[in-house]
Write a protein that binds this ligand. Sequence first.
Ligand SMILES: Nc1ncnc2c1ncn2[C@@H]1O[C@H](COP(=O)(O)OP(=O)(O)O)[C@@H](O)[C@H]1O
Ligand SMILES: [Mg+2]
Length: 816
Amino acid sequence: MAIVKEPEFTEAIDTTETDQQLQIPSELPVLPLRDIVIYPFMIVPLFVSREKSIRAVDEALAENRMILLASQKDLDKEEPTAEDLYSVGTAAVIMRMLKLPDGRIRILVQGLARAHVESVDATGEYLRSRVSVMQEVLQPERSLEVEALVRNVRASMEKAINLGKNISPEVMAIIANLDDAGRLADLSASNLELKVEDAQSVLDIADTTARLRRVNDLLNKEIEVLTVQQEINTQARADIDRSQREFYLRQQLKAIQSELGEGNELAEETAQFKEKIEAAKMPKAAEEEALRQLKKLERMHPDAAETATLRNWMEIMTDLPWSRSSVDNLDLKKAETVLNEDHYGLEKVKDRILEALAVRKLKEKPKGPILCLVGPPGVGKTSLGRSIARALDRKFVRLSLGGVHDEAEIRGHRRTYVGAMPGRIIQAVQQAGTNNPLIMLDEIDKVGADFRGDPSSALLEVLDPEQNNSFRDNYLGVTFDLSNVIFMTTANVLDTIQPALRDRMEVIRLAGYTEEEKREIAIRHLLPKQMDENGITARDVNVSKTALTTIIQQYTQEAGLRQLEREISRICRKIARKIAEGHKGAIRVSLKNVHEFLGAPKIIPEEALKKDQVGVATGLAWTAVGGDVLFIEALRMRGKGNLVLTGQLGDVMRESAQAAYSYAKSRAKELDIAEEDFNNYDLHIHIPEGAIPKDGPSAGITLATAMVSALSTRPVRKDVAMTGEITLRGNVLPIGGVKEKVLAARRARVTTIILPQQNRRDLDEVPKEPFKDIRFVFVDNMRQVFREALGEKVIPPVSSGPRPQRVPQAANARPA
Ligand SMILES: Nc1ncnc2c1ncn2[C@@H]1O[C@H](COP(=O)(O)OP(=O)(O)O)[C@@H](O)[C@H]1O
Ligand SMILES: [Mg+2]
């Protein structure tokens, strides 16, 4: 069992029979080894050059050819002493010796056995040592561990080869068949090119299992190193390959391009881009990136898909208003004029906007909150934004966020995406053409979040004055300064806006318009605008006030003006057609002929109930599209005292109903209800479809009124409408959306409105004039509500039990 690294010895001297059991003497000359550890059974050629070592070899050859090979701890020691040698060495036999012309000798040795160095005598002409042979410690039976280790070591050696370790196939063949754990350990260790101290650590171990374990550890470490090494190599090679390939291909491409006469086109284009980049006056980082990409573009094929992508990017980069801005008008008088020109009413809102502009006059980049206009559709939120931009002389861009789910829509897709584009914010800036436009983030309450990321967090960054001076769009890959942009937002409702976003914003509410306001707006704004759009003049048409009122009442049902504007537009189109067909003179649109233009009325006005009824109460609700009236019906039926709730109720409303029921039950006597009725009757509450209120507790007092009415058979007064939250004890708490609700009540021609006492100051926001005929009653407990809303007890017919209640027509009167 031996390996020979360099077998070509020319001059042979005696050979030895290695098979023969050799007796190892207890004293041996020592050959110190410098950077190698030799194990038993190994045949290795060695150069010997040190004087003392040559002597030792001579001595050995003179005796019985045996010598102790002991490794030096410190390679640089010329004259090692006892302490400089490891205490375990290998007794070996010198198989051949060859004298070299320069005086050195070369020997071939074969390791025989591990030997413990007892002592070293360094006083003579060569080192001489007393040794004791170490017996191999074998386990009596081959354990599972040994088996596993043997297999592991074999497999690991294979692996090492695959990772590029240089081990000869002969050695591998031996390893594959070697069953002796000790020898396997030695042979493997000798082929791993271990550091001397690691190699020595294997030599030190007499126990074969422990030795194999140690080799296994070393082997694992080696494999780790090899793996990393290989990764590095592959990477390096790939890099070289790629760049060479690319270079080669480009050379070819150039040749082809010049052959086809194409190169010039691209050169021209890149020259143009270069000019554009200079003209754009980008910040340094952006410009550097643009120039880098330009260099890349120069080398690309003009028709490649990648080139098109990069060209696109270049266009956008150079088109962005990096340093182009408009000059603000800070004349507040003019701003006020503009706002008044564009919008009727809205005094409070306009005041607040002018305040914000005043701050801007004093401070260039105020870090104040973002204005958020909140209100139902069509009340002028978006058009106010446009008007503010006009007042300031800024560009206006509206950015609709409705249905934006994906963060990338705000922040853009990486350029590597097929069809990638910048996000909406950068698009808006590009569209504006200046870096200080007014950007209106419309419908910010409709932003959704899902697996594609949360757009709100991107928006937060956009709106944050601390961060938005370096807004990074994924597509651009460089930052853009948004701090000069004025952002405004709009929403229908506040509660779906992410709280962190909402905190950034100062809310301005626009509740909706009364019929009179609508008519005024129609006369001053909507009609002239639509006439203009349809090419007709004041000479062609004359719309009477009563006609407008009719349109508002019978063709629209909204807090805002959208539908009204559409109807007016329809009239204008019809008139335009008549004129085009040769009609002479002004066309009159009056109460009498409105339907000729618009067809039959679409809306049966939502009216108060026709008569007082038991169990039907009129509530006021607040929906996303403004205020609304809703009729809550309660019906008592023979049963077991259950409360049955049906119709449009959410959880909060269900709880309100429960609270109202409990309250009524606890006050039965006071309310003139026989207590056993609660057990003998089921109470069925229904909230009709159609009015889809935002789920809230504000129907509480209406629910209670309907219930008590049904149970006590006292009818509810038909012209009383109410809103308020109820507590278990019958107290009335304040609610939201007062302005919208009272506007709706007025539309429904209610004469009395019951409101919570604590909502009294909300009426300041409501114009006085249109409400002069309406009586407001402020309450803080249910007793006051009942006093106002319930009539005298109706004596029920003696025999027929509970009377069937008819659902009033008006409750379902909705546009078809
Ligand atoms: N106070 C007002 N004065 C004049 N026109 C108004 C007023 N409020 C709304 N409008 C007009 O009504 C229409 C709808 O307004 P819009 O801004 O789209 O509403 P919103 O954005 O709130 O849904 C627009 O044509 C707008 O100019
Ligand atoms: Mg809008």
